[in-house]
Ligand binder design. Structure first.
Ligand SMILES: [Ca+2]
Length: 401
């Protein structure tokens, strides 16, 4: 079970404490009587997990921001490049080649570009892959492609959905099939210059949400709405929405072993946060933005979202970074000491942390990995459960030292 903030832990942490305590006091003053919230007090400086290092897989891939392998086949890695290509390579980084080129339809730069890739669970049989990108009009687009097992055919694109964006930022980006065989996508709130509020608390559109669809066509519709999606039949909400209250869930992951979703939600100007919840608890759940940044109230939100919002599991101030890069719970074989630990980082600081995935606690600063990372855009997981991290165009694999 996750413990809540304790005095012991308050004493141990750094300047995030003031934010967390302020949030806690504010909640108490409003008569909040919901269950204790799973809030880690901040980022500790506890020592690194022993015997773990980073091995370089590939270098000089500017714009690299995702890495994955097909299901049941970790022999080939696919690296997503922001400008609009997917580069495939053998597991050791050799035999690098471009297997998809969407540069003719991707708008790239800043937070825009080709942002995410997912293989269909039955990829070996049907050759279907999914890509999430900002198109030339600046809209977010989720599309299906077919492959012959080597090249992904750009002409095979079947557009599933688009999300109009109020601005250039907060586009989300990750897509992943869950253990239920359904496709999840993290959709940012769209930023938007001059907008009085984020769209994350309003579910008439997909901005600021985690969506879930079955990509199988449904008659004339390009995809199928799962019958047990939480807002099916609600005239005030889009039926694709699985959870909401997100700012920019740039990287999330679903832990197949526990069924927990881990969302790294990029903060505004004060708090970065990672929230884990079982898919059951996340169903229809409100992750708080833009009423709260972490546990810090922002907009007099109580009447708006009530008590039943999902608190962060881990949060930290901008003394430790500026933009969280959510990662994965390690479930591989090679590193027993990392098994069951959630790895994450920050784009700005390049620090890699790990936390006990059961408790969200026991946060370690992984300082013994070897290379000092910069510009950490993503973590990736291959079919064997081994993990990767990408920083400044270099792809690394976590391995034993
Ligand atoms: Ca939140």
């Amino acid at each position: 079970m996750r413990s809540r903030l304790t005095l012991t832990r308050v004493a141990a942490v750094l300047s995030i404490v003031a934010l967390v305590v302020a949030g806690g006091i504010a909640l108490a003053q409003r008569g909040d009587n919901s269950a204790p919230s799973p809030v880690s007090a901040g980022i500790s400086t506890q020592g690194a997990t022993p015997g773990v290092r980073l091995e370089t897989v590939a270098t000089e891939i500017p714009g690299a921001l995702d890495v994955a392998s097909p299901p049941n086949d970790a022999s080939t890695l696919y690296v997503v490049v922001q400008q609009g290509t997917i580069e495939a390579m053998d597991r050791d980084g050799s035999n690098r080649r471009t297997v998809l080129d969407l540069t003719d339809r991707v708008k790239s730069g800043g937070e825009q570009g080709l942002l995410g890739l997912a293989f269909h669970p039955d990829y070996a049989r049907n050759g279907l892959v999914y890509a999430y990108y900002t198109d030339r009009t600046g809209e977010v687009r989720l599309s299906e492609f077919t492959t012959d097992g080597e090249r992904i055919d750009p002409e095979s694109e079947r557009s599933l959905l688009t999300v109009p964006q109020p601005g250039d930022t907060h586009n989300g980006g990750r897509i992943e099939f869950g253990p239920d065989g359904l496709l999840y996508a993290g959709v940012g709130d769209g930023g938007g210059i001059g907008a009085p509020r984020s769209r994350a608390q309003f579910n008439e559109d997909l901005l600021g949400t985690l969506i879930r669809i079955d990509p199988t066509p449904d008659g004339e519709a390009a995809y199928t709405i799962p019958a047990d999606n939480p807002f099916v039949g609600d005239p005030q909400a889009r039926p694709e929405i699985y959870a909401y209250g997100l700012r920019n869930p740039w990287r999330f992951s679903i832990d197949d072993e526990t069924g927990a979703v881990w969302i790294g939600d990029v903060g505004h100007d004060l708090v970065e946060e990672v929230t884990s919840a079982s898919l059951a608890d996340a169903r229809g759940g409100n992750f708080g933005w833009d009423a709260f940044e972490g546990t810090r109230p922002r907009l007099g939100p109580v009447a708006l979202i009530g008590d039943a919002w999902i608190r962060p599991t881990i949060q930290y101030s901008h003394d430790f970074g500026c933009s969280v890069t959510g990662g994965f719970v390690y479930r591989g074989d090679e590193l027993a000491q990392l098994r069951g630990r959630y790895l994450f980082s920050d784009f700005c600081s390049g620090t890699v942390w790990s936390a006990d995935a059961q408790t969200g606690d026991d946060i370690r600063q992984e300082t013994e990995l070897g290379p000092k990372l910069a510009g950490v855009t993503t973590f990736g997981e291959d079919a064997d459960g081994e993990l990767y991290v990408v920083g400044a165009g270099t792809v690394y694999r976590f391995t034993s030292s």
